[in-house]
Design a protein around this ligand. Sequence first.
Ligand SMILES: [Zn+2]
Length: 523
Amino acid sequence: MFWADRIAGEIVERFGKTKPIIIRDEKTPSGRVHVGSMRGVAIHGVIHEALDEEGVSNVFKYEFNDMDPMDGFPEYLPEEFRQYMGKPLRAIPSPEPGFDNFAEYFAEEFKIVIAKAGFTPEFYNASDLYFSGKMDEVIRMALNHAAEIRKIYREVSGSVKADDWYPLAVICEHCGNVGTTKVYAWDGEMVSYRCEPAMVKWAQGCGHEGKISPFGGNAKFPFKVDWPAKWKVVGVMVEGGGKDHSTKGGTRDVAAHIANEVFACETPFNIPYEFLLVGGKKMSSSKGRGSSAREISELVPSKIFRLALIGKDFSQQFNFDPEGDTIPVLYDLYDKLALGYRETKDDDYARLFEFIHPERKLPPEDVFLPRFSQIAFLTQMPHLKIEEEAARLKGAPLTDADMQELSERAEYAQYWIQQCAPEKFVFTLQQTLPDAAKDLSHAQRQALKVVYNFIENADGMPSGEDIQQKLHSIKEEMSIQPSELFSALYLAFLGKTYGPKVGWFLSVLDKNFVLKRLEEASN
Ligand SMILES: [Zn+2]
């Protein structure tokens, strides 16, 4: 069974179908969001869709945690933003005009990516919960049970907190920091706190000492308490997380104990998922491309983006390498899934194929899917009309759906080639005989002469298949290694020892041009 259907089944088994299932995920918008955060969106998103298809009432809520402090400095921000280290993200100005604050600016950028991937969660901000007073009850519970929370920290994760440590961070009335304050007393109505100059390395507190109500948005929980508090307040029933959170003694373990023992609330259904990496790591490349959700999402259309996000079981890692083979490999996989879907509609691959299309808008089954690597090549040959070449590849005129798919592939191929495609996919048709083709071996020159004769004697330009067949007979008759023969042809036209499928590649070129070049290269 496709993994999302399997998980949806387990969720229904646990909760039944009598009340709406509440699914939740969250992100702290502390800067450009890494594409890895899309894995959580996609996993929760497809489970939401799978439950919908089963007729199970459910809602997918996505929180932007705008109460969190700025605790790291993104290198792309102007220096003047350093003064905001330790402030709540919602209290920091937006780097660009037109947005309420810093958190909103980066959240909006991520929302665009989420929409492109075809997911439609209900968004809300952490501050909505805190400022509306919805968190007041759990704040009171946590403060009243601070000793139990300290005990859970100690026993579950080994983190020892002093007896005057309270699980709450007040927003300093004097400097506005939330990352530097320490609550040390609670009298049932007010908390006493100090804004510590040296509590954290990344921000400096002002030294202010005060007493304030912890309610109504004056304070927020630390993450390990915030998480179970949200489970209770939002009524979360399903919430996965990166598998690093799910280790014994890890964040989720602590959160689960606090949920059960302090907030009297159940732990949500867990989906401990593996990471989505970019280039095997956090990438920064010579071409200046990054690994943000926005940059990666611009490289592929929705269906290919979704294939990257949900194509593997949630428990398996996926490595997206824009500077490697990932994009052509994803397209080839898409084409394979499409072919399989024509055969059968009820295996895991068919389900995956349905799920990767937002709103299940599948293309017509007979749509022509030219190989992405071929389209990438064609877009680099300025003399060619891509539609004509695609029709030749198809062997029939293109339909409207064919044209739509083709232009989408061509557009993304072109962008990929310009932005980050590896050298082996980048080709320039050489206008004069490349230097690299000037010292071919005697055998190579002889073989090129035979290719010359074959093409010259053909009626028009022979088809890719005919050329390919001829090349096979040449390598046998002349006892030349295939690699020698092929590289001689690639060198003569592209100045490289490799290229796309050689017969097809020659067939798309102008006959006179090909003959002239073969003559030059074989002399
Ligand atoms: Zn302060």
